[in-house]
Design a protein around this ligand. Structure first.
Ligand SMILES: Nc1ncnc2c1ncn2[C@@H]1O[C@H](COP(=O)(O)OP(=O)(O)OP(=O)(O)O)[C@@H](O)[C@H]1O
Length: 621
């Protein structure tokens, strides 16, 4: 039986390839022999655009370097496919070890792919560490470096002169086959464990790391695959044009590729295909008008550069009307998408018992933990122990240092001093994804779901990042969805859910990492009383079923006091009390901290203010 995943991706890729062929045939009918040229060129551009999409679409980092990889692929293939006779004339000073291969088109594509992989590997050392605009600027630098090297290495590339004599091996069939294959690879990658992880980094890098995703590794893999596909596109271009120069692989082609992705929708492979078709149609139509002449009875002057202007206007128009592109970020799925969870038993699988945290084995301890921001001692020598199997509440007035403390425990911040231990492991100074994989999962005070991924993907990406095998990650995903009543919402985009449900998605996502200990930063914030009550029931059940320890930060004092087995109170960065709800409620230091901050008129939510008055204030009187 064919693997359902391969079947679904193959069908989707075939469907996209059929669209491409149909457009090619249409071009042939409309433009005759020229149509074959357009269809071939368009197929090559599809490969390039898909290559760019693999990195930019999945990571959200706009790359200005696609043409650099294409250039390297083009010159590699050009040199390797040129006949030795032509080579002696065109490249008389070519180093001997590079000369005389006369490779076939397919062999040249493989070598070009390897060359692109090497360039991506070398540049990836830097790229994997960068994000956002810094990463985009680095790709720009790469483009300029590669262009300069191509121009400078005259013996190999003929410098800025035309590189000629490349056999025109790129037929329509070759270009179309490679385009279809690229689409299949990119579609498959998107729905692999790495593809989901990279998309999670696009949505929210901090949250992705907090659920165990190795952001750098995921980004590097996308960069390597992207560079490889782009180099193949360059090799095809070289054998399509026959003669070219470094300028063919510089900013203009880079800009066209980016405009195609933006017009179609950078977030999906289908978007890349649609963008290529639309921009090719626009540029080919405008190319016919570029030279001017009599058009529909009007004398039109020559407007060189008109195709580029048209592509720019199309891009601006789409950005204005539909910023996510014509297709958006969800794939056109002509077959039903492969669902990694469908058909799997959501009951306990063998091996899943490792989810059950053994009681007492994984306490979370902070020892003299401190973090200073300049002169501000946000956390100042805090020591406490949150036992496994218990719910520990962490409270304190606004600005007490609760969020800073959580960030120190989970690696988002490095401590100025002190230690954090999970069970017997010291975890301070470790990277967030390592801490998550060690078993400390968290949610955030300000919601950080992966809005443009489905609910199921949100949870699955966390499970996959931390589980050793697919069976366990599927089980954890199903279990986490079921525990928080999200099974029926699996296909919905997380960003489309109401606030309360998005909170549940975040908690389920943390749970899917298989935590030894769970940190929840204001889990009930924004929920109505009924939702809050239900959540508390689910958390209590989770603790009872699994023995996992839970540390809850919450402003609602009624809630935290009824939920917690023990409570840690901090104020101005210091621990001022620890004990049961009753002990804490009557502790003079706690009453003073809350009433003191109330007297000072600090901004509080209505719930918190009333809680302070009722819980602490009542005790004080
Ligand atoms: N990155 C930072 N740079 C400088 N000061 C900071 C930084 N982060 C936090 N602080 C300061 O540290 C103190 C503790 O802040 P923190 O956000 O941890 O408190 P909190 O108890 O979580 O507050 P709230 O209940 O309002 O969320 C505050 O005085 C805050 O201004």
């Amino acid at each position: 039986m064919v693997n359902p995943r391969i079947k679904a991706v193959t069908m989707d890729s075939l469907a996209l390839a059929v669209i491409l062929v149909a457009v090619g045939i249409l071009a042939g009918v409309l433009f005759g022999a020229n149509g074959v040229r357009i269809a071939t060129s368009m197929s090559i551009v599809v490969t390039a655009c898909v290559g760019l999409q693999v990195f930019s679409g999945n990571t959200g980092i706009v790359s200005f370097g696609p043409a650099a990889f294409m250039g390297v692929g083009a010159y590699t293939a050009g040199i390797l496919t040129m006949s030795p006779v032509v080579q002696r004339t065109a490249l008389p000073h070519l180093p001997v070890w590079m000369a005389g291969y006369g490779l076939s088109v397919w062999s040249s594509l493989i070598v070009a792919a390897l060359t692109g992989l090497v360039l991506a590997g070398v540049s990836g050392i830097v790229m994997r560490r960068l994000s956002g605009s810094a990463a985009s600027i680095a790709t720009l630098a790469l483009q300029i470096i590669v262009y300069t090297v191509l121009v400078a290495t005259k013996d190999i590339t003929r410098g800025s002169q035309t590189f000629y004599g490349v056999p025109r091996n790129t037929t329509l069939v070759v270009a179309l086959s490679v385009a279809a294959l690229s689409i299949a690879v990119a579609r498959t990658f998107r729905d692999t464990r790495t593809g989901r992880a990279v998309r999670a980094t696009r949505e929210d890098e901090v949250a992705a790391a907090a659920v165990g995703v190795d952001v750098r590794q995921a980004r590097l893999r996308a960069w390597l695959l992207s560079g490889t596909i782009l180099s193949i596109a360059g090799a095809l271009t070289a054998q399509f044009l026959g003669a070219f120069g470094p300028k063919d692989f510089y900013f203009e082609s880079c800009f066209l590729l980016i405009s195609m992705l933006i017009v179609g929708g950078i977030g999906s492979v289908s978007g890349a295909l649609v963008g290529v078709i639309v921009i090719t149609a626009v540029t080919e139509l405008l190319r016919a008008l570029e030279g001017g002449g009599d058009i529909l009875g009007f004398s039109v002057p020559a407007l060189y550069g008109l195709p580029l202007v048209g592509a720019s206007l199309a891009m601006i128009l789409v950005l204005f009307i539909r910023p996510t592109g014509l297709v958006g970020s969800r794939e056109l799925e002509l077959s039903k998408a492969w669902d990694p969870l469908k058909g799997r038993d959501s009951k306990l699988l063998p091996g899943s018992q490792d989810f059950q945290a053994p009681k007492g084995a994984h306490a979370l301890e902070a020892n003299q933990l401190s973090r200073h921001f300049g002169g501000v001692r946000a956390v100042d020598g805090v020591t406490f122990k949150a036992e496994a199997g218990l719910i520990t509440g962490l409270i304190g007035p606004n600005g007490a240092g609760k969020s800073t403390l959580i960030n120190l425990l989970t690696g988002q911040l490095r401590p100025s001093a002190g230690h954090v231990a999970l069970g017997s492991d010291l975890i301070e100074n470790k990277q967030p994804h390592i801490i998550a994989r060690a078993g400390l999962a968290r949610t955030f005070q300000n919601l950080r779901v992966f809005a443009d991924m489905t609910v199921r993907e949100n949870v699955l990406v966390a499970a996959e990042a931390c589980a050793a095998d697919t069976a366990l990650s599927v089980w954890r995903t199903n279990d986490a969805l079921a525990r928080f009543g999200l099974e029926t919402l699996g296909d919905r985009l997380a960003g489309s859910l109401p606030y309360g449900q998005r909170r549940l998605v975040e908690i389920a996502r943390a749970l899917a990492t298989g935590p030894r200990f769970l940190l929840l930063d204001e889990p009930a914030a924004g929920m109505n009383p009924a939702e809050t009550k239900e959540l508390m029931g689910r958390l209590a059940a989770l603790r009872a079923d699994t023995g996992v320890g839970i540390l809850v930060v919450e402003h609602d004092l009624h809630l935290i006091m009824s939920l917690s087995d023990t409570i840690v109170v901090i104020d101005r960065g210091k621990r001022i009390a620890v004990g049961t709800a009753d002990a804490v409620r009557t502790d003079p230091a706690v009453i003073s901290a809350y009433l003191g901050s109330k007297r000072m008129g600090e901004k509080k939510t209505q719930v918190e203010t009333s809680s302070v008055v009722q819980v602490i204030g009542a005790s004080a009187s």
